[in-house]
Design a protein around this ligand. Structure first.
Ligand code: 13P
Ligand code: ZN
Ligand code: NA
Length: 283
């Protein structure tokens, strides 16, 4: 059975750490992430975008993660990342997923609320949890492209109203992080994070963690972030390891061989990020 992220995030909030949510793309990346998290005894969220579900087939990804949640000795679950369509969410929830993000941050405040309410009603009835975004996180993640002039930081007062009216379980906030890597070191608005944390009590989520300096990431956890989303910083070493493998082994054609160093490369980064989240030994 796939579980919601309610317990995981509330426990993290109470104890002052963050649960890492790593974006996975296939069986190899999911297994590498889970093996590293298990070695660190960290709770774990495996996140999939609509693009990942399209690429692999939703039923296969759900079945793989369901199976993994039985066999890994850590709290491990499946989360839908940046879903914009109620129908897509419904399809995965009907396949067993119990943790979803509805991203309607591109809509107006009222439209965002209406869309989130619809998802909350459906998912809560089945015991699942819902994350939504207020403000707009910049950068590029697959189909999701938010230019700098579309970026918009989360307003603390509005966040309070948003949480109250939607009944969401966690809130993704925009405080200066962006999807992908950064051209210059990101300047995070920590004062805004503190203000939001004072106004609302649901766990807060930080997107766009790749490229954020370690000290800044640690500080966001200290100030109340309970879930940290990491994608790009796993994709890069995974691909780089395969590239290097073929330079030294140009004749190799066995995927079971060339995926090995790629999985090891991911595991190393996962462990480093878990230490920054403070989620080691919390499983
Ligand atoms: P990064 O690619 O910057 O790590 O962002 C990940 C993310 O927010 C996934 O939702
Ligand atoms: Zn994100
Ligand atoms: Na980023």
């Amino acid at each position: 059975m796939l579980i919601s992220t309610k317990e995981m995030l509330l426990t993290a909030q109470k104890k002052g750490y963050a649960v890492p949510a790593f974006n996975i793309h296939n069986l190899e990346t999911a297994l590498a992430v889970a093996q590293a998290a298990e070695e660190m005894k960290s709770p774990l969220i495996l996140a999939a975008t609509p693009g990942t579900l399209r690429f692999n087939g939703s039923p296969y990804i759900s079945a793989i993660i369901k199976e993994m949640s039985q066999h890994f000795m850590i709290p491990l679950t499946f989360h839908l990342d940046h879903h914009e369509s109620f129908e897509d969410i419904k399809d995965s929830v009907d396949l067993g997923c119990r943790s979803v993000m509805i991203d309607a941050s591109h809509l107006s405040f009222e439209e965002n609320i209406a869309k989130v309410q619809q998802v909350v009603q459906y998912v809560h009835a089945l015991g699942g949890t819902v994350e939504a975004e207020l403000g707009r996180i910049g950068g590029v993640e697959e189909d999701l492209v938010v230019s700098e002039n579309q970026e918009c930081y989360t307003d603390p007062e509005k966040a309070k109203e948003f949480v109250e009216r939607t009944g969401i379980d966690s809130l993704a906030i925009a405080i200066g992080t962006a999807h992908g890597l950064y051209k210059a070191e990101p300047k995070l608005d920590f004062a805004r994070l503190v203000a939001i944390r004072k106004m609302i009590d649901v766990p807060l989520v930080l997107h766009g963690a790749s490229g954020v300096p370690d000290q800044s990431l640690l500080k966001t956890v200290e100030l109340g972030i309970c879930k940290i989303n990491i994608a790009t910083e796993l994709k890069i070493p995974f691909s780089q390891a395969i590239r290097e493998f073929f330079i030294t082994n140009p004749e190799e054609n066995d995927p079971r061989k060339y995926f090995l160093p790629a999985k090891e490369a991911i595991k190393k980064v996962v462990k480093e990020k878990i230490l920054l989240c403070g989620s080691q030994q919390k499983a």
